[in-house]
Design a protein around this ligand. Sequence first.
Ligand SMILES: [Zn+2]
Length: 73
Amino acid sequence: MDHELRAEYENEADAGRPDAEIRLWHVVRQYATTAMCGRELSPDAPVRSADAWGSGEVKVCHSCGALLLREAP
Ligand SMILES: [Zn+2]
């Protein structure tokens, strides 16, 4: 299963703006906009490789992280 990280904005009204503040990153299935924890994310929100998860360089949703761990072999 291919996953990626998708941003949750501090303020969804700022979605798509390059200077929008990102609250945290959720895990989504590739090309999906619904996070594993159930949160709907903006289709305009930036995505990045799931490799960043676990690196400590990005803030990732704890629920998504736990669900991903359960799914990964
Ligand atoms: Zn999440």
